[in-house]
Ligand binder design. Structure first.
Ligand SMILES: [Zn+2]
Length: 315
C-alpha cells in the first residue's frame, strides 16, 4: 500500500514527462477506475466514492472522461498525502481550474511507458501524451485491487494556505514534508487527543501520508508505545515524534520508497522493496536493533502494530 514516500517517488518520476505535455488521446478500459469521477457534474466536488456503476453509467462515465481529458495540457504534478494531482489547462463550469486527480488506493500505479509499449498487468486507463521535449509517451493507470481511481476535480484555494487543492483532497491535512506544514498546530492537537499515538499518526486530518508501515517505524524511532495517548505525550516527546516522522520519510525517499505490497511499482516499473531498512514493521520476534529485545506485534483497531516492548514502554 503506497504511503507518502511511494507517492512522492511517483510524483517526482512523472514530473519531467508530463509537465507541459498535451494529452493526445485517452482510453478507459475499466470504468471502475473512475469511481471518483462524476460525469460533467464531477467537478462540483460531490465525489463518487463507493458508487456501484451499472454498465450504462460506466460507459457514460468513461465517455465523459475520455472526451474531457483528451486535448488538455498538463501542468506540474503535486501531492498531498496519498493524493496526487496534475493541474490542467481545462476549467470546470464554475470557472475553477481542473486537475487530473489520482488516488492510488491500495495498489494503484501511474506507469510511464513508450507510446506503443505492451500493456502491463491490470491497466485500467491509458493516456497518450505528447511532450515538446520528450515526444510521444503513454501514462497508464494500473490497479489490481481497484481501490484507486482517476478523476477530473476542481482546484480550490486550500483552507490553510494560498495553494490550490482538489476538492476531494481538501479534508486531508498537509504532510510533514510540505513546507507549509504547521508544526505548532500538529504538536498542539496531538497533545489534546485521548487516542493512542498510532491511531493519531494515521488520522489524515491531523497529518497526511502516514500509513501502517511508517507509523510503526516512526514510533520505534521516537521510542513511543503505539497505545500511548496523545495527552500523555510531553512537549519534548511530541517534537521528537515529529522529528522522527520527517527522518523516516526522508530515509524512505532516499531509498526510493518502501512497500511490502508486491503490486507497488514506481513509474519506471521498479519494484519498491527496501525491507532491510525497517526496524519495527513486519519484524515480529526479530531482535530490536537498539536493545535486542524481540519485536512484538499488537493488533489495535484491526491493524497490526510492531514495537519494542523495552524501548517503547507504555506511558
Ligand atoms: Zn528495543
Amino acid at each position: 500500500m503506497p504511503e507518502l514516500p511511494e507517492v512522492e517517488v511517483v510524483r517526482a518520476g512523472l514530473a519531467p514527462a508530463v509537465t507541459g505535455a498535451r494529452v493526445a488521446a485517452v482510453q478507459v478500459l475499466d470504468p471502475r477506475a473512475l469511481k471518483r469521477h462524476l460525469p460533467t457534474a464531477g467537478d462540483d466536488g460531490l465525489g463518487g466514492h463507493g458508487v456501484t456503476l451499472t454498465a450504462a453509467a460506466g460507459a457514460a462515465r468513461s465517455a465523459d472522461f475520455e472526451r474531457r481529458v483528451a486535448g488538455i495540457t498538463l501542468g506540474a504534478p503535486e501531492r498531498r498525502g496519498k493524493f496526487l494531482w496534475i493541474p490542467t489547462s481545462a476549467a470546470a463550469v464554475s470557472g475553477e481550474p481542473l486537475a487530473l486527480l489520482a488516488h492510488l488506493g491500495m495498489s494503484g500505479q501511474m506507469l510511464l511507458r513508450a507510446h506503443d509499449a505492451d500493456d502491463d498487468r491490470h491497466v485500467r486507463i491509458r493516456m497518450w501524451i505528447e511532450h515538446p521535449d520528450h515526444g510521444e509517451l503513454r501514462v497508464d493507470f494500473a490497479d489490481q485491487r481497484l481501490f484507486g481511481s482517476l478523476a477530473l476535480d476542481a482546484l480550490r484555494p486550500a483552507a490553510d494556505g494560498p495553494d490550490l487543492v482538489p476538492t476531494q483532497a481538501a479534508h486531508i491535512a498537509r504532510d510533514p514534508l510540505d513546507p507549509a506544514f504547521d508544526d505548532a498546530r500538529f504538536l498542539a492537537l496531538l497533545r489534546t487527543r485521548a487516542s493512542g499515538v498510532k491511531k493519531l499518526l494515521l488520522d489524515q486530518t491531523l497529518v497526511s501520508g502516514v500509513g501502517n508501515i511508517y507509523a510503526d517505524e516512526v514510533l520505534w524511532r521516537a521510542r513511543l508505545h503505539p497505545e500511548t495517548r496523545g495527552v500523555r505525550v510531553g512537549p519534548r516527546k511530541a517534537v521528537e515524534l515529529l522529528t522522527a516522522l520527517r527522518a523516516v520519510f526522508a530515509q524512505a525517499l532516499a531509498e526510493g520508497g518502501t512497500s511490502f505490497d508486491a503490486q507497488y511499482v514506481n513509474v519506471n516499473g521498479q519494484a519498491g522493496y527496501f525491507a532491510h531498512s525497517l526496524n519495527a514493521y513486519g519484524r515480529t520476534g526479530a531482535p530490536c536493533a537498539r536493545c535486542g529485545e524481540p519485536i512484538r506485534r499488537l493488533v489495535i483497531g484491526g491493524r497490526s502494530s510492531h514495537f519494542c516492548p523495552r524501548c517503547q514502554r507504555r506511558r
